[in-house]
Design a protein around this ligand. Structure first.
Ligand code: NAP
Length: 209
């Protein structure tokens, strides 16, 4: 059954798509620009053009799960945060609900549930994620909310922890986040859970698989 990856061209999205394709999991990459399609097509990955700031309902046709890894990024203004990280995510949740997908996997953020405790420049982003997460939790969709710490581009170790309070820091490599998302994707029994995640010392599959 096909998995729609929203935000497929991002640094995490590309890795999730590649892991799925390598394992023979049918995946559809939603990209904003046609020019990005060859990167996926040469890996045998189906693509669909769609923008969270537009109408993307056709992207969900025939999809069984959704992985949401899109984000407006740290260098955009709060209006983009509102339109992409909040409204775009909410539309994706609504469309997935209408399409009857079996599970919605949301890439959120550690401590998104307390935006006012975050650094001032991150508060609009954390508030957007918090609101989208709440809407997902209150929807009829079976879901998983992954809450990673601060991303690095370190080599993925495949070792993580779900207990940031007991960890040295809150860093996590993007590669480890992709491995965790893929482990969740492969295990349909993981539903209605929130999973904090940082780099650690336990194999990804043992922690979230
Ligand atoms: N940085 C952190 O420490 C941290 C921690 C926790 C969670 N997160 C979340 O994780 C997300 C993914 O991280 P990443 O490193 O993979 O980010 P990234 O490389 O910036 O990828 C974000 C993706 O979202 C896509 N996107 C942006 N606006 C869109 C729109 N209107 N419609 C459709 N797609 C859109 C981008 O498309 P284009 O490729 O076309 O630009 C890009 O592919 C972040 O955006 C953030 O929400 C980040």
């Amino acid at each position: 059954m096909t998995v729609l990856v929203i935000g497929a061209n991002g640094r995490i999205g590309r890795q999730v798509c590649a892991l799925a394709a390598e394992s023979g999991v049918p995946v559809r990459a939603m990209v904003r620009h046609r020019a990005e399609e060859p990167l996926f097509e040469e890996q045998g990955i189906d693509t669909v053009q769609g923008d969270l700031e537009g109408d993307f309902h056709e992207a969900l046709d025939g999809c069984d799960q959704v992985v949401f890894v899109a984000g407006s990024g740290p260098h955009t203004s709060a209006d983009r945060t509102l339109l992409v990280d909040l409204h775009g995510a909410v539309r994706a949740i609504q469309l997935a609900e209408e399409a009857g997908v079996s599970r919605f996997i949301m890439l959120s953020a550690l401590r998104a549930s307390d935006p006012l405790a975050g650094p001032e420049n991150l508060r609009p982003y954390l508030a957007a994620k918090y609101a989208a997460d709440l809407i997902l939790q209150r929807s009829t969709l079976p879901h998983v909310i992954l809450r990673p710490g601060k991303f690095t581009d370190d080599e993925p170790t495949g070792l993580v922890s779900t207990d940031p309070d007991q960890s040295v820091g809150i860093d996590i490599s993007r590669g480890n986040v992709a491995l965790a998302l893929f482990a969740i994707l492969r295990n349909p029994d993981i539903v209605d859970r929130e999973i904090p995640l940082v780099d650690g010392d336990r194999p990804v599959d043992a922690v979230v698989g």
